[in-house]
Design a protein around this ligand. Structure first.
Ligand code: SAM
Length: 402
């Protein structure tokens, strides 16, 4: 992976840098809207008498998000990563680097009163001097934070239950079925030594659902923002100590109502600590193909949900899945078809048939192939919400990888 020059942000630096960038970028967007509104003739402004209140409501939500982000940043010390790991704008699709974060029961929720968030106010003349919200790095970091909030809402709130049912339930069933079959072959097998790997773990709900059912689970995640929010929920949240996020406040177009944009999402909808005590659960920070080099034949199942939006070679990814599985192991995945990324925006988009050929040639036999209808938007209420048909596949490793 090429490492770009001045926007490199290490996994350790990400939380604090993202906190600064998010506030600067998002408040500056509101400032620009307000400045633009003020250039309208008075009779036109009168047609939108509540515009000021509308922007103030958005500003209040962003302020609350900034406070939440600050709390998450305080808890990020349990995310471990090598000092030279970095995330660049180019890595937004790629996802890279190694490190490790573990759900840590001892990690207490910090006192929100101690966190330093800058109080932002809407102005008509832009942001404070020396803070340029428009740098590529700041824009990138703020986009990452927005994605993190969207993943948080989808994974850990009641609002995301419908989407999770579509994606996660068939994958969980596939693991359960694989385990039932494996137990028939080996009576000494127990759930907590049935090893399940989840590349592209996002905010951690899918691996957590599998751990809750007693399996030994490791997630792998390349995105710093997904790691940040997932780490916070898994280690610090309980329903009694719930948090509120405003994940839809950044989307200003294709909205049905003002209320849609400022609606609050409460997290979590379950107690993340409610997992069997003897289970082994961790999330590894890093890129799947690199991070699992040398783990051949050690996993019973691999589960991938919407985790093929990868810039790294898709073929290497499929090969690595095949390599890490034990003979007879199960790969269950759902997601849109990936593309081979040649860099410089050159891509080869794969058809379902082409992708399945790559999967078969890497030693897999399909045991199930369906299509599921997935939401392709972070806000299900957006007028721009679109649905995509995605293959849902369960495959068994019957031969070694190519
Ligand atoms: C669309 S999100 C889906 C996350 C989660 N599986 C879910 O369903 O909510 C895809 C995730 O996969 C991660 N990802 C993509 N490529 C990866 C790779 N090579 N290694 C690890 N994580 C990767 C991205 O960072 C992103 O968080």
């Amino acid at each position: 992976m090429s490492v770009a020059s001045d926007h490199d942000v290490s996994l350790q630096q990400f939380p604090a840098r993202a906190l600064d960038a998010y506030g600067q970028v998002e408040f500056s967007r509101l400032d620009r809207k307000m400045a633009m509104f003020r250039t309208l003739p008075e009779k036109d402004r009168d047609l939108l008498p509540e515009f000021d209140q509308r922007l103030s409501a958005l500003a209040e939500c962003i302020e609350q998000n900034t406070k939440l982000l600050s709390i998450m940043v305080q808890s990020a010390s349990s995310i471990r990563a090598p000092a030279n790991s970095s995330l660049t704008p180019q890595d937004e699709r790629n996802g890279q680097r190694n490190g490790h974060t573990q759900p840590d029961a001892q990690n207490d929720r910090p006192d929100a009163g101690e966190h330093k968030t800058k109080k932002h106010h809407l102005t008509s003349n832009g942001t404070a001097p020396n803070q340029d919200p428009n740098t590529e790095e700041n824009q990138f970091l703020s986009r990452q934070v927005r994605r993190g909030f969207a993943l948080l809402a989808k994974d850990w709130s009641a609002d995301g239950a419908q989407q999770r049912a579509i994606y996660y339930h068939p994958l969980i069933e596939a693991v359960q079925h694989a385990y039932d079959e494996a137990v028939r072959a080996s009576t000494s097998l127990t759930r907590n030594n049935f090893r399940v790997l989840v590349p592209g773990a996002g905010a951690g709900r899918l691996p957590w659902e599998l751990v809750r059912r007693g399996f030994m689970v490791e997630g792998c995640e390349a995105s710093s923002s997904a790691l940040l929010v997932g780490n916070y929920v898994l280690n610090n949240c309980t329903p009694d100590d719930a948090i509120t996020v405003y994940p839809f406040v950044h989307e200003h177009s294709n909205v049905r109502s003002r209320e849609q944009v400022v609606r609050a999402v409460h997290v979590p909808d379950v107690n993340p600590k409610d997992i069997p005590p003897e289970t082994d659960f961790s999330i590894r920070a890093g890129s799947f193909v690199e991070a699992y080099d040398g783990q051949d034949g050690t996993w019973d199942a691999v589960v991938s949900c919407m985790a093929f939006d990868l810039g790294e070679s898709v073929i290497s990814h499929v090969r690595r899945v095949s390599q890490v599985l034990k003979p007879g192991g199960t790969w269950a995945f759902v997601g849109p078809m990936p593309c081979l990324d040649g860099g410089q925006n050159d891509m080869i988009h794969l058809s379902v048939g082409e992708f399945m050929t790559i999967v078969r040639k890497n030693g897999f036999k399909m045991v199930k192939q369906d299509m599921v209808r997935c939401m392709h938007s972070s806000d299900p209420e957006s007028m721009r919400a679109v649905h995509v048909e995605c293959p849902l596949v369960v495959a068994l490793k019957v031969r070694p990888a190519l």
